[in-house]
Design a binder for this molecule. Structure first.
Ligand code: FES
Length: 130
């Protein structure tokens, strides 16, 4: 999944998406948590200005902590590392960089006129190592 650049105008924002916050409320290389349709979502902004939305639920520690994770990149892969046990997940696909059978749920996200909109889950979360 590709992520929109901040400031990009998406023509296909639908009523299915929920406006969550302003993009400048999301720290660069950091995240914020939001409740969207009763689900805890983590929204991240990478150093290059891309915005990603995942579940806030860490599949490894089973705690809602991902928004407090460490954002970085390995090569051209933007990731968030769990603040609990440091497993890193590709922010675009949710796949764990250390074990591809483990996934963090990823949500559709758009930035329109400086507002972050979050939509449906595009990849389901699963797994978690023991
Ligand atoms: S979650 Fe990545 S190795 Fe366990």
């Amino acid at each position: 999944m590709s992520s929109p650049q901040v400031g990009a105008v998406a023509a296909d924002v639908t009523g299915e998406m929920v406006a969550v916050c302003r993009v400048e409320q999301v720290p660069v290389e950091g995240g914020v948590a939001a409740l969207v349709g009763g689900r805890a979502i983590a929204i991240f902004r990478t150093f290059d200005g891309n915005v990603h939305a995942t579940s806030n639920y860490d599949p490894w520690s089973h705690a809602s902590v991902m928004s407090r994770g460490i954002v970085g990149s390995r090569g051209d892969v933007p990731y968030v590392a769990s603040p609990m046990h440091k497993q890193a997940f590709d922010l675009r696909s949710g796949t764990c960089l250390d074990d591809e059978t483990v996934r963090l749920a990823v949500h559709d996200v758009r930035v329109v006129d400086g507002v972050v909109w979050v939509g449906e889950e595009v990849t389901a979360g699963q797994g978690g190592c023991v």
